[in-house]
Write a protein that binds this ligand. Structure first.
Ligand code: KIV
Ligand code: NA
Length: 296
């Protein structure tokens, strides 16, 4: 297989080839994303919101995250095994370290939990939110321990209780300069890549031009080394002809999967109620005539 690695991603940035990243949380979504030859699959803690129905990402536990990582890892493997492609592409698998699993002064807690994401969850790398000096130390400790780390600055949803709401970051010159400092700090700590969430395009471009490692934007304009979107958002998973759908302003809708699901369910219900399903075609189990006679 052709594997996406931290090295191949660095070379993609150098050669000006944009990096694609999409989230996946389970077996089927992982198969879909692998089949589309997306470069990176992120098992994001957005899972808490789009899969589990929480209002924030904070409730996600490490055990829950690992459970989803395992399903994604199996989905990627199954998808590659079933592929007709002689050299199916193996995306880089990155898993979010959940809120409360890497922030402690005891950096070994972060490292131990990162090992669980790799050894139990099957991830190639982990993602940690934040750009403080303390966070950079945690990242350095995890990378020294042998686990590749993706950084994440700008809007960091796990910090919702501190920042007060999901809103854009780095909108003043002073905050923008701080963001460049944070990004450099993460690069120095050994991060192989940094996610920039909800920051002005000119700031994201300045960060990207300053760093050697690639940046991946979400709501960060077109000047980053790559783009990430949340599976459920971009595919219109929750779309419904008579329900309002929440959609972040920066997210483009690439499909209305929810509409297709609703149509399928409506058709099934009609078929059941009319007796059209199952027709003979879908009634495969039959008794031979002799047994039938004896049964009558
Ligand atoms: O959890 C997530 O989906 C993320 C991406 C939006 C970067 O962290
Ligand atoms: Na996340």
């Amino acid at each position: 297989p052709r594997s996406v690695t931290t090295l191949s991603l660095a070379s993609q940035k150098r050669r000006g080839r944009k990096i694609s990243m999409v989230t996946a949380y389970d077996f089927p979504s992982a198969m879909h994303v692998q089949r589309a030859n997306i470069d990176i699959i992120l098992v994001g803690d957005s899972c808490a919101m789009v899969e589990l129905g929480y209002d924030t990402t904070q409730p996600m536990t490490l055990d829950q995250m690992i459970h989803h990582c395992q399903a994604v890892q199996r989905g990627v493997t199954a998808s590659m095994n079933r592929s007709n492609d002689a050299k199916p592409k193996k995306p880089l698998l990155v898993g979010d370290m959940p809120f409360g699993t890497y922030e402690y002064n005891d950096l070994d807690i972060a490292l131990k939990n990162a090992y669980r994401m790799v050894k139990e969850g099957g991830m190639d790398a982990v993602k940690l939110e934040g750009g403080s000096k303390h966070r950079a130390e945690a990242i350095k400790h995890v990378v020294d321990g042998g686990v590749a780390v993706m950084g994440h600055i700008g809007l960091t949803p796990q910090a919702i209780s501190v920042i007060g709401g999901f809103r854009a970051q780095g909108r003043t010159a002073a905050r923008a300069r701080e963001m460049i400092d944070e990004a450099l700090r993460l690069q120095d700590a050994g991060a192989f890549c940094v996610v920039l969430e909800c920051v002005p395009g000119n700031v994201a471009k300045a960060v990207t031009d300053t760093l050697e490692i690639p940046t991946i934007g979400i709501g960060a304009g077109n000047g980053t080394s790559g783009q990430v979107l949340v599976y459920h958002d971009m595919l219109g998973m929750m779309s419904h002809p008579h329900h309002e759908e929440f959609m972040p302003r920066f997210c483009k809708s690439y499909a209305q999967v929810g509409h297709a699901i609703t149509e399928g369910l409506d058709a099934f219900k009609k078929d059941v109620e009319s007796g059209n399903f199952p027709s003979e075609e879908y009634s495969p189990y039959v008794m031979n005539d002799e047994e039938k006679k004896m049964f009558e």
